[in-house]
Write a protein that binds this ligand. Structure first.
Ligand code: NAD
Length: 357
């Protein structure tokens, strides 16, 4: 099997370069250790792209990502570019890139590490052991439906889903469930919305192809409550764009720290793997950013884009081991820290652990 991978690298702004460097460090260690090859292609996006090319999403980046097997991305944005017109701002570059890449599925794990149960605002016994994957439809539903209009005396949007849109996101959720605890909870509002009834019927149809996976359904209002009440009941949550937007943010806070959580946006072709946090300009350049969300994003990339499941597990285990041994970046210093580490020290520790496991 060909194990030569082309990985797009978009470091971005603020802490972006610092955290992506650590992701690459761990990937390099794994490739040397496990016998696959990585070829990096660095591309520009966001503020740095504006400074160097005048636009937030250069054409070379649009073309470049299409030639890669997967793209690792840091974060973009910062005060330097905040006063530009909307279409010239760094964020427009990222939205444009996601559109160009056709990434209709947003995967957001919410994992609570045992060593950090006290970092959450919820009680330890409620969140210990939580490991949820939210699969959110990203390019359809009410955010994109037509017609939409803002008038003087009324405004409206349209929540619309086609069979193709629901089927393809459902397949992704079922495929992911096969690699996890084999349970999908589809979240909708089928008691009130026709579009949700259609969503539910389509998901049930797709489920026929995945007899090993248990499918349940939940109304979104109940799901919001259950996420806080008993989050451990969930394995994979499958949901539409607006419900997923809200639920994935709620789920991400179960773990307590923004510096830990990865994400993947996948779809028609190449996927984008990135931490959920932004470019943190307040701590940029100080070498104190937590790189674990980015390193976890590398783990997702190995699992979902490159099919290097064993390498992905090595990263996940290395992160758990580093936390268990008390290594923390400053953002987690209040939670059972034995040693406060810089961004690159944490990267070194994880790179070292993945080679020894
Ligand atoms: P942010 O996520 O960058 O930062 C919020 C807080 O969390 C800050 O105090 C920051 O220091 C801290 N933080 C974030 N990541 C951290 C890490 N890895 N380690 C330690 N601490 C971390 O959100 P913000 O301050 O609202 O936005 C800053 C910039 O990032 C803005 O320009 C915004 O538009 C941009 N942004 C980009 C993305 C992206 O590229 N995907 C996402 C969100 C925000």
């Amino acid at each position: 099997m060909d194990r030569n991978y082309k990985i797009g690298i978009i470091k971005g702004d603020g802490i972006g370069p610092e955290i992506v460097n650590e992701g690459m460090k761990v990937l390099d260690a794994l490739s040397a250790n496990m016998g696959f090859n990585i070829e990096y292609h660095e591309m520009l996006l966001g503020g740095l792209a504006i400074d160097e090319t005048g636009v937030p999403l250069p054409n070379e980046t649009i073309q470049g990502v299409k030639k890669c097997d997967a793209v690792l991305f840091g974060a973009i944005g910062g005060p330097k570019w905040d006063n530009l017109e909307r279409h010239l701002r760094p964020e427009s570059g990222l939205l444009g890139l996601r559109k160009e890449m056709g990434t209709f599925a947003n995967l957001r794990p919410a994992i609570v590490y045992d060593e950090l149960v006290n970092a959450s605002t919820l009680k330890a016994n409620v969140i210990k052991g939580v490991d949820i994957m939210v699969v959110r439809e990203l390019t359809g539903g009410i955010y994109f439906g037509q017609p939409r209009e803002l008038l003087e005396d009324k405004a409206y949007n349209t929540m619309i889903y086609t069979k193709e849109e629901v089927s393809r996101i459902a397949k992704i959720a079922f495929e992911i469930a096969l690699k996890r605890d084999k349970r999908v909870c589809s979240v909708d509002k089928a008691n009130v919305l026709e579009v949700s009834q259609f969503w539910r019927e389509t998901v049930i149809e797709i489920a026929q192809d995945y007899p090993e996976v248990e499918l349940t359904h939940m109304y979104v209002d109940n799901a919001a409550m259950q996420l806080i009440r008993e989050p451990k009941q969930f394995d994979v949550i499958l949901t539409g764009n607006i419900f997923g937007d809200i639920l994935s943010d709620a789920a991400s806070m179960l773990s307590g720290s923004i510096g830990l959580l990865p994400s993947a946006s996948t779809g028609k072709g190449v996927g984008l793997y990135e931490p959920i946090h932004g470019s943190a300009p307040d701590i940029a350049g100080q070498g104190i950013a937590n790189p674990l969300a980015t390193i976890s994003s590398v783990s997702m990339m190995l699992k979902y884009a490159l099919n290097e499941e064993e390498a992905s597990v090595k990263i996940d285990n290395a992160i758990k081991k580093a936390l268990a041994n008390g290594y923390r970046t400053g953002d987690l210093s209040a939670y059972d820290a034995k040693e406060i580490c810089s961004t690159s020290e944490i990267g070194d520790i994880i790179a070292n652990y993945v080679c020894k496991s």
